[in-house]
Write a protein that binds this ligand. Structure first.
Ligand SMILES: [Zn+2]
Ligand SMILES: [Zn+2]
Length: 824
């Protein structure tokens, strides 16, 4: 040790450290540049002012065999060796600028934002201002597009739009882009090399090193993204302030997207030329009636108008590379004989008869028409609607067809081609099938599932696994529909952004590097936390559906305990920066929300109404605290809505919900046909009767929701969970009828209500079920009335909310009593 110290003092700067990785917990010297703990202490002991620049061990240009020229710390087997100055190039040295900027300084250049950011970052890292005038001893740092320089002392190859030439040499540093975007990517590539990270939007997400010495290894490369189209976007939008921070995050993480449009835009395109009211015959025929949901795509007049509509749009928006002709968001494709004649009888893997051939015939006609005036124009469609997921079977695809292939019908937890996930294996098949028809394919992923309510949903492993597969398959772009709730989803989005840039890099190293930059000395604990959370996805074998119904199965108590242990291992008293404290607080609050939500989803564990209320308040409190700490942490309205509406404190017993019922079922309900099939309980309620049901004989039984839970949970009551229906009955009594009252219902899925044997409500629908979504006025006679409900189920969750209110008022009907027992 002594021996090593003396030698290091001999040479005052520029050491590379080459040591065995993972031998000791690593500590950041600067973000992105790591040093083993003992080596750092060793250098600190020596008061080494000039420990930088260290490079990452894997970047050390020295062979290990050369380490004998350096020194060894035998105890930890760490080696140092001196590097010659020529092998790295300084930007800042001993707190002084070592470079000056050379660029086209005409104001208003598109790349100005990135250049300004470069100067800001270098200043924030080392308090050094990079000037734009040459001085003796300073190296030139060229930034811009090739055409912006009258002469460059290096030869730059031809560059694609987003590509760039990157060179670090003793003659200068060159960041030359094929376009302003390419230059911007070059700038952020350099800043990444220096250890800068932008984990999430805003100041809280920025991780910059602090040092007096900044240098880069000698290097020369042409680089660019692996996918042309790279974006994580917000399904629910955001405020203007959040939008500015989000755009910075996109730019700094080298995201980008050409003007390839998508979105449900078919009827809108036609209606600009002919509305449904003017020409219903141009729109789709469903159940014998023209409806404005889709277009009658075999109608030549409609096709002609759509071509004109797109022409006009492209003339006004010439930058648009592919115009969206994605069908509207429903299955109501035209049933007219001309349209149907174009179908080829293929059953789509979405589960409905395919319309992909007729839709492609339509797109081909549109493209043929469009190319007469706009050669090369492209149109976009989705592989999304349940009858338009598969590619066409017999129709050739015009190569100007762009397809966004969505994962909506597939598993929401696993990555494509996951060993255990048949659904995502099938998704890979779908990609292959489409790739035989067009090269213009863009992957449309949901991250996380819609309706996730800002609850954690680990997807980074899936992204790491998927990116190289997508690249291999020749996918042109990746579009991830997300939410601006970064507290839970920053690991998903940050890792996705890096994999979109370079699909073949070590994604696990990216993940670790992210935690190191974001949590510094608490990175090991946070790694345990996320490893526990992620482990559940690996262990979860069923297909994960949209929504939160499987959430408690995804995150069983032992996983939550492991996460908690990891957080508990962090010493709350330890000294740390304000930013790291806030980041830890962010994770803690998001985890609190999750724990409370899970508790509310385990009714058997809730003791009483007070206990229930405490969890509801806890969950709401975490959401509100997150939001008040930072607007980007959580989209509070959506989180409250998606997680809270089904379990909010409105459901106090005094709200009038009827939770004690007798049930009978399940009866068959294929394709929701059971909704219209009058099973025996509909004609008479006989509590002693037995009937053939789905899966065996059925009879009446009692159910009672906990007093604090308004939802009558049928999933818990019946074994059969798909394509079934059931009846619920209770008896309500008023002393002073007849009185006007309001039945208020919510159901998952369909519902019928009968009052004293007479149908008073009928709603055939698939939905998730929230309180009071259906309302109907009824007249209750004096005495006791029979209320019979019929609930239809298609898949996953099912059940209902039911209460009887004063007509038109938000108060329960006065004097009403209810019982699951008939009057004696
Ligand atoms: Zn038609
Ligand atoms: Zn799966």
């Amino acid at each position: 040790m002594q021996r090593a110290c003396r030698k290091i003092e001999d040479d005052t700067d520029e050491y590379h450290w080459i040591g065995p990785a993972g031998k000791l917990p690593s500590l950041p010297l600067r973000a992105g540049l790591f040093l083993q703990a003992s080596a750092l202490q060793f250098l600190k002991l020596e008061g080494a002012a000039a420990v930088a620049p260290f490079c990452k061990e894997e970047e050390c240009p020295h062979e290990a065999s050369q380490s004998q020229t350096g020194l060894c710390d035998d105890s930890a087997a760490l080696c140092f060796c001196r590097c010659s100055r020529a092998e790295s190039v300084a930007l800042v040295k001993n707190g002084r600028a070592a470079v000056y900027l050379v660029r086209d300084a005409t104001p208003g250049q598109p790349g100005d934002v990135a250049v300004a950011d470069l100067k800001r970052c270098l200043w924030a890292i080392s308090d050094v201002e990079i000037s734009e005038s040459s001085r003796t001893g300073l190296l030139p740092l060229y930034v811009g597009e090739k055409g912006q320089f009258t002469s460059l002392p290096v030869s730059v190859p031809e560059l694609g739009r987003e590509a760039f030439f990157y060179k670090v040499s003793p003659q200068g540093i060159f960041l030359i882009g094929g376009s302003p975007e390419g230059t911007s990517h070059a700038i952020y590539t350099l800043l990444r090399e220096l250890g800068c990270r932008w984990i999430m939007p805003g100041d809280i997400g920025e991780c910059l090193p602090r040092t007096n010495n900044l240098a880069l290894p000698v290097d020369e490369k042409v680089d660019g993204p692996d996918f042309d189209y790279r974006i994580v976007w917000y399904a629910y939008g955001c405020s203007p302030a959040a939008s500015a921070r989000y755009n910075d995050w996109l730019r700094r993480n080298r995201m980008g997207k050409p003007a390839i449009e998508h979105g449900h835009n078919l009827t809108q395109t036609l209606s600009r030329k002919a509305t449904y009211e003017q020409h219903p015959e141009y729109y789709s025929l469903v159940g014998g009636k023209r409806v404005p949901q889709q277009v009658c795509t075999s109608n030549p007049e409609a096709v002609k108008l759509i071509v004109e509509s797109i022409r006009e749009f492209l003339d006004k928006n010439p930058h648009v590379e592919s115009y969206s002709l994605c069908p509207d968001d429903n299955h109501d494709f035209c049933e007219c004989e001309h349209c149907k004649a174009l179908d080829v009888g293929h059953m789509d893997r979405g589960g409905k008869p395919s319309v992909s051939d007729r839709y492609q015939i339509f797109l081909n006609q549109v493209l043929d028409g469009l190319h007469k005036t706009h050669p090369g124009a492209c149109v976009t469609t989705y592989s999304y609607n349940l009858n338009h997921t598969d590619p066409p079977q017999k129709t050739p695809v015009n190569p100007h067809t762009t397809v966004f292939i969505t994962t909506s019908a597939f598993c929401s937890a696993h990555g494509v081609d996951d060993a255990f996930c048949e659904s995502r294996q099938d998704f890979k098949e779908l990609l292959k099938e489409w790739s035989r028809h067009t090269k213009r394919l863009i992957l449309y992923e949901y991250d996380p599932v819609p309706y996730s309510g800002a609850l954690p949903w680990p997807m980074w492993e899936a992204h790491i696994h998927e990116a190289p597969i997508y690249k291999q398959l020749g996918i042109k772009g990746l579009s991830f529909e997300g939410q601006n709730s970064w507290a839970a989803y920053y690991p998903n989005y940050y890792v996705a952004a890096q994999m979109m840039w370079d699909a073949d890099q070590d994604g696990h190293a990216v993940f670790k590097d992210m935690l190191q930059a974001f949590f510094e000395e608490e990175a090991p604990a946070m790694e345990q936390f996320y490893e526990a959370m992620q482990s559940t996805i690996k262990a979860f074998r069923p297909k994960a559906e949209w929504g939160l119904i499987q959430y408690p199965e995804l995150f069983p108590p032992e996983v939550i305990d492991r996460c908690q242990q990891a957080l508990d291992s962090i010493d709350p008293q330890a000294m740390r920066s304000v930013k790291v404290r806030q980041r830890l607080q962010m994770v803690e609050l998001s985890f609190q929300e999750m724990k409370n939500y899970l508790a509310l989803q385990s009714p058997q564990k809730i003791l009483n109404y007070e206990d229930y209320k405490a969890h509801v308040d806890g969950m709401k409190g975490s959401i509100d605290s997150l939001h008040s700490l930072n607007e980007d942490f959580i989209l509070a309205d959506i989180a409250h809505e998606k997680t809270g509406r089904a379990i909010s404190d409105q459901f106090a017993p005094e709200q009038g919900f009827l939770t004690r019922w007798r049930l009978i079922g399940p009866f068959d309900n294929p394709g929701m046909e059971g909704h219209d099939t009058p099973y025996p309980p509909e004609s008479a309620v006989d509590l002693s009767a037995r009937y053939p049901g789905k899966g065996g004989e059925v009879q009446w039984k009692m159910t009672q929701s906990p007093e604090w839970r308004a939802f009558v949970d049928l999933r818990a009551e019946f074994e059969e969970k798909n394509d079934v229906c059931a009846y619920a009955v209770c008896w309500v009594t008023i002393p002073d009828g007849p009185r006007q009252a309001e039945f208020r219902m919510g159901s998952n899925d369909s519902i019928k209500a009968f009052l004293n044997g007479k149908e008073v409500w009928n709603h055939k629908i698939q939905r998730t079920g929230t309180i009071d979504e259906d309302r109907v006025l009824v007249e209750l006679p004096s005495g006791t009335s029979t209320v019979l409900l019929k609930i239809g189920q298609t898949g996953l969750n099912w059940g209902f909310f039911f209460r009887i209110m004063e007509a038109g008022k938000d108060v329960p009907l006065q004097g009403l009593t209810a019982s699951p027992d008939p009057p004696k």
